[in-house]
Write a protein that binds this ligand. Structure first.
Ligand SMILES: *Cc1c(COP(=O)(O)O)cnc(C)c1O
Length: 360
């Protein structure tokens, strides 16, 4: 072959998504992608159906109604919001805009696997920084910064660890970074934390902080692909130059707007998740399977060894339960389990109990 891709592209390890079926097993329950067990707001489904009558029309390019709704609900300036095809697309704009060959992008040890993919895609070098007991380590990140650091990606709360760092720590990170580095606060799970602004306040205080959010998790719209980002106007202006004018369809925008405005549904999802997450972690702890205190809609179950985690995963599969292996996140002794509805949580606990009993 004489045609060759740009540097970095062949370094990309393809993203592994959560499985959704098991050969020969029925009544399968997918708890591997942190989807919303309560589905999505009925108002969002209705808005999406209404959009079906206008499929011959191009969508708007400025996302004004959706940005207005997000701004209203979250108390943010719509002029400083950008919408993307999932927050993944917003993260991609950030990588394209601020990093390239010769630049370094800091990711953390158990950080979301999209971050190194995005760094490689723009020819930059991902630099991995250790975490401390599955928690982002601000001192380690600051120590890893060089004059080539252009982006630091952290999710807060983090996936797959479910832990988060507090505002004082995030602030210390924003303040300590080199001037040329962008701090990306990925708030995919922010809505699960009562009273948390996802880092929006830090965006207001520091010119180099960008927050991203998604409709895929608490809003239950993973299948539709909508996310957004919040930053200084100058940053949003840069990102908008990379955005295709029609990146979001009318149906995506209509559903997302209805979803963000349905405060009652969101609140119900948040409180149900908190209740069942607590129940699930306590029940797992009683079976000798500890978890870190989760701030998200999943728990990271820790086993005695990678072999035990694998064996438990196989047992869960045989019972029709799909959870996420985390070996690729340097957590081979763990399994990430999405907090499902009450029946799902009970099935998980019963299956882990059966597994432990069979082990003797
Ligand atoms: C699920 C998730 C996202 C969301 O991605 P979308 O492209 O919006 O579906 C982003 N970051 C993290 C850490 C996630 O777990």
């Amino acid at each position: 072959m004489t045609i060759a891709p740009q540097p970095g592209i062949l370094n990309i390890a393809l993203y592994q998504s959560g499985a959704s079926s098991i050969d020969g097993v029925s009544n399968v329950l997918k708890l591997s992608s942190n989807e919303n067990p309560l589905g999505t707001s009925p108002a969002a489904v209705e808005a999406y159906q209404r959009a079906a009558h206008q499929l011959h029309r191009y969508p708007g390019t400025d996302h004004a109604a959706l940005r207005g709704a997000i701004g209203e609900v979250h108390g943010l300036d719509p002029e400083r919001i950008i919408c993307g095809v999932g927050s993944d697309e917003v993260l991609q704009f950030i990588a394209q805009a601020y990093a390239g060959p010769g630049d370094e992008v800091i990711v953390t040890q158990h950080g979301f696997s999209m971050y190194p993919i995005l760094a490689h895609a723009v020819g930059a070098t991902p630099v991995e920084v250790a975490e401390r007991e599955r928690v982002v380590d601000v001192d380690a990140i600051l120590a890893a910064c060089t004059d080539r650091t252009r982006i630091v990606f952290i999710a807060n709360p983090a996936n797959p660890t479910s832990t988060m760092i507090g505002e004082a720590e995030t602030r210390r990170l924003a303040e300590g970074l080199p001037e040329k580095a962008v701090l990306v606060l990925d708030g995919a799970y922010a809505e699960f934390v009562e009273g948390f602004d996802g880092g929006a306040g830090l965006v207001d205080d520091y010119p180099n902080v960008v927050m991203t959010r998604t409709f895929s998790k608490i809003y239950g719209l993973g299948g539709l692909r909508i996310g957004w980002g919040y930053a200084r106007r100058e940053v949003i202006d840069v990102l908008n130059r990379l955005r295709q004018p029609f990146n979001l369809s009318a149906g995506q925008m209509a559903a997302a707007e209805a979803a963000v405005r349905d405060l009652a549904f969101t609140e119900k999802c948040r409180s149900e998740n908190a209740r069942l997450r607590h129940w699930l972690s306590e029940a797992l702890a009683e079976l000798g399977v500890p978890t870190d205190t989760s701030m998200a809609n999943f728990v990271l179950a820790r086993f005695a060894s990678p072999a035990e985690a694998d064996a438990c995963d196989a047992h869960l599969k045989s019972e029709g339960l799909i959870v996420r292996q985390t070996g690729g996140y340097q957590l081979p002794q763990c399994l990430r389990i999405t907090v499902g509805d009450e029946i799902a949580c009970r099935r998980v606990v019963a299956a882990v109990k059966g597994f432990k009993a069979a082990q003797g």
